[in-house]
Design a binder for this molecule. Structure first.
Ligand SMILES: [Zn+2]
Length: 239
């Protein structure tokens, strides 16, 4: 059971994350949705149809694990995607979903972000996979991410957006920032003539020293080198 103080703090954090996402153009208009798991059966989330850069704390919606509002309000139409994440990863406490321009642009162009190019990204996220296209706000989205989110903390949704999960709302938000920064760096590299990924030897060295930075090895680290070999050989194919 959560305390009133925890709920007050969670409301403040969600408002701040919404404002940051809006100001950094990770969302526009009424897009995006964020949630915090307060306890085993209660989620605090953003309301449907409101600008997350301007939403008020009292407009946030409490729901149960079936997505049913507990005290009125209307949660995001994409809440089921969050619930899928919480069911797949019982240890996570927050989910952030936004539509960052550069990362989504890569999926629209059919180009993969699953390349090892930045040491910090390798150590925190591993590689960034692309979930297959699914119609937004339908159960298709949950199906498209269900297996991926069991092993990854951040991913992109084809022709749609990005999703990050974390041990807190800030952990999830920073992963979203890292994902978009990775995409921006990849875009600059593409414009300058092409992406030169880190070698598999250097990726292995990074995985060996993650703990030096106080970071846990990425959940997918064992598969990372194999995947790196696949992405190196199949060019720009999303996976
Ligand atoms: Zn979306």
């Amino acid at each position: 059971m959560y305390s009133k103080q925890q709920e007050i703090e969670a409301r403040a954090h969600l408002i701040e994350v919404g404002r940051l996402c809006y100001e950094r153009r990770y969302i526009c208009g009424t897009e995006g949705n964020f949630s915090i798991r307060l306890d085993e059966d209660v989620i605090l989330t953003t309301p449907a149809g409101s600008c997350k850069g301007r939403v008020r704390e009292d407009e946030l919606v409490l729901t149960n694990f079936s997505g049913k509002p507990l005290n009125g309000g209307k949660p995001s139409t994409e809440l089921s995607m969050h619930l899928t994440c919480y069911r797949a990863r019982p240890e996570i406490k927050a989910v952030v979903h936004a539509h960052p321009t550069v990362a989504v642009g890569f999926t629209v162009a059919g180009k993969s972000l699953a390349k090892c190019v930045l040491p910090e990204v390798v150590c925190t996220l591993g590689t960034i996979p692309t979930a297959p296209y699914a119609t937004p706000s339908t159960p298709e989205v949950s199906s498209s991410i269900e297996e991926i989110v069991k092993e990854r903390d951040a991913l992109v949704l084809d022709h749609h957006g990005a999703l990050a999960v974390g041990s807190s709302i800030w952990d999830a938000y920073y992963k979203l920032e890292t994902l978009e920064h990775h995409a921006e760096t990849m875009l600059v590299a593409h414009m300058l003539g092409g992406v030169q990924p880190l070698s598999s030897i250097n990726v292995q060295k990074l995985l060996d020293i993650c703990h030096v930075y106080g970071l846990a090895k990425p959940a997918n680290s064992e598969a990372l080198l194999d995947q790196l070999c696949i992405t190196e050989s199949d060019g720009e194919t999303c996976q």
